[in-house]
Design a protein around this ligand. Structure first.
Ligand SMILES: [Zn+2]
Length: 155
């Protein structure tokens, strides 16, 4: 979509829609400096996604055919700050599903890596134990195992 995303403002003072007179408005757009509510601006079906989760935000935005940036003016810093996005509900739901699936895949990968490391540690320990017993045949087998486990854990 090549259109510039509409900018939605969270007003600092009480504002009414210049078209339907509803108010005070939580969020609005400005058309020729006149406040217009989201329903009159045909954005009423969008849902708010607060900023913070980069992957979720990107996916929800990419999945929405229509989305808007939500800003609020920060008086102290004298500039507008991004609060989040308005996106289509279905796109947000799909983005949440995808992010959850990713998180599960990451958790599964971590578990597999941990298993692999544990298996590798066990192999190294067994090899060290055999080597210690070969070099020091008088070393008690239990003691060789302890030394090997200790050495293997230290890497
Ligand atoms: Zn209105």
């Amino acid at each position: 979509m090549d259109l510039v995303a509409p900018v939605v403002v969270e007003p600092l003072r009480s504002r009414r829609c210049s078209e339907c007179r509803r108010g005070p408005l939580e969020r609005m757009i400005l058309e020729f400096n006149a406040p217009v509510c989201l329903d009159c601006a045909d954005l009423g079906h969008l849902v708010f996604l607060p900023r913070g989760d980069t992957a979720l935000t990107r996916r929800a935005r990419e999945g929405s055919t229509l989305w808007a940036v939500v800003v609020r003016h920060n008086r102290r810093r004298t500039r507008y700050e991004r609060r989040g996005l308005l996106v289509e509900e279905a796109a947000l739901a799909e983005a949440e599903r995808t992010c959850l699936a990713d998180a599960e895949a990451r958790a599964r990968r971590r578990a597999r890596d941990a298993e692999r490391r544990a298996a590798l540690d066990a192999e190294v320990t067994a090899a060290l134990r055999a080597e210690i017993l070969r070099l020091f045949p008088s070393c008690p087998a239990d003691r060789a195992g302890e030394i090997a486990a200790h050495a293997s854990a230290k890497g």
